[in-house]
Design a protein around this ligand. Structure first.
Ligand code: AMP
Ligand code: MG
Length: 386
């Protein structure tokens, strides 16, 4: 599989790499980036004071210059690599915190995976058309966010696209295009309008039989945000969690205005078009066909499908969205991949705190589109769009 486009966090220099063995036999990899070493002991003036005062002062000095290192951990989760980066006082506390994030994301995977027969999502797909079904708060929240993005994007994003996605997943293996009749049949059971949510009872009802929910375009961003929220609740606010191309970014690293996020371009002929933005306390997601696609009959089809045609998207492209929350960034990045660029940018800009950056291959070359709210660093990269 080719890796031509990633949103990645660039926090390099002075890194040391080590592996930690875990009690449950999983392995983390961790990198720690050294901050300036704390001063040991008291100042000459302090040494002249009494022992009691010296101890108090030493304690204060230690707290004030508490050493914070950058620790990195990664494990496979949600069909991708989940990375946790956090600043912490020592490796053990960082390790425990990252472990809690991996466990939380595993819980979310048990809720949202459409690959698992026993996930809550699979059960909703199987039984949601029989009668309204009470779902977990997480499921309800994610489906409510999905519906909002579907309405905003006119159905370009659709969490019910599962039957069509199943055909394209098969096509990736067989290298044969799904036939038109199969696509038409699958599309009958696709439609976010068939999903009925009842906020009071926290129920989901599917108003059509044969529906198959697919949260693959929104759950990773949600999970990344949940991971950072968990770290924050444990006092690690300077952190980021990345589920593949879906990142949630917490408070900036010590002494810096933000985390550097590099947005690479799928335009391999001109790598310099890649740009870097400084971010904190936001979600950023990128969708494209860099990692998952099917090459069939000389054409490349993305794993993203247009629900209105049931076809996999063609052509190299990427869509990056910055949003206050992870579900919106992730879901909208997928929606914008399907929508015409200008229309997509308008949809993104209609939401507070949301901005987008799009790269499209056209018959006349590469086109770059950036909404005015997108952070400095990428506007200059592309000459196209507005
Ligand atoms: P992402 O990488 O976030 O763009 O999500 C892509 C995944 O979402 C695919 O692998 C499918 O499982 C699913 N998907 C594909 N097309 C759509 C769509 N138009 N709306 C919602 N989900 C989709
Ligand atoms: Mg997405």
């Amino acid at each position: 599989m080719r890796q031509i486009f990633t949103v990645l966090h660039k926090e390099v220099a002075n890194t040391c790499l080590c592996n930690l063995g875990l009690t449950d036999s999983r392995r983390f990899s961790t990198k720690c980036k050294g901050m300036p070493a704390p001063r040991r002991g008291g100042t000459p003036a302090l040494r002249l004071l009494s022992v009691a005062i010296m101890l108090m002062a030493a304690e204060m000095t230690h707290a004030q210059v508490r050493r914070e290192n950058l620790y990195e951990f990664s494990l496979p989760r949600m069909g991708t690599i989940l990375r946790v980066k956090l600043y912490a006082g020592d490796q053990n506390e960082a390790h425990r915190a990252a472990n809690a994030v991996f466990d939380r994301v595993e819980e979310l995977e048990e809720i949202f995976s459409d690959y698992r027969d026993d996930s809550e999502l699979t059960k909703v797909s199987q039984e949601g058309a029989v009668a309204p079904r009470v779902v977990s708060p997480e499921m309800f929240e994610l489906l409510a966010a999905s519906q909002r993005i579907s309405e905003l994007s006119g159905g370009a994003f659709d969490v019910t696209v599962g039957p069509v996605v199943a055909l394209w997943r098969a096509a990736r293996k067989t290298h044969a295009l799904p036939d038109a009749a199969a696509i038409a049949k699958a599309r009958e059971a696709v439609g976010y309008q068939y999903v009925e949510l009842n906020t009071q009872n926290r129920t989901v009802f599917l108003k059509h039989t044969g529906m198959k929910l697919d949260a693959g375009a929104i759950a990773k961003g949600y999970a990344a945000e949940q991971g950072v929220a968990l770290l924050r609740s444990r006092g690690f606010s300077r952190a980021l969690v990345a589920a593949g191309g879906d990142l949630f970014i917490g408070a900036p690293p010590p002494g810096k205005p933000g985390w550097e996020v590099a947005i690479d371009s799928p335009d391999l002929s001109n790598g310099s078009r890649a740009c870097t933005v400084l971010l904190h306390d936001v979600a950023v997601s990128t969708s494209g066909n860099a990692h998952q696609f099917a090459d069939i009959a000389g054409k490349r089809f993305s794993h993203i499908v247009d629900p209105s045609t049931g076809k996999g998207l063609e052509g190299e492209a990427s869509s990056t969205v910055i949003a206050p929350d992870g579900a919106t960034a992730d879901g909208l990045a997928t929606a914008l991949s399907v929508m015409p660029p200008e229309q997509g940018l308008k949809a993104a800009e209609s939401l507070p705190g949301v901005s987008a950056y799009l790269i499209r291959q056209s018959s006349t070359g590469w086109r770059y589109y950036s909404s005015p709210g997108f952070p400095q660093g990428c506007h200059e990269a592309g000459k196209g769009g507005h």
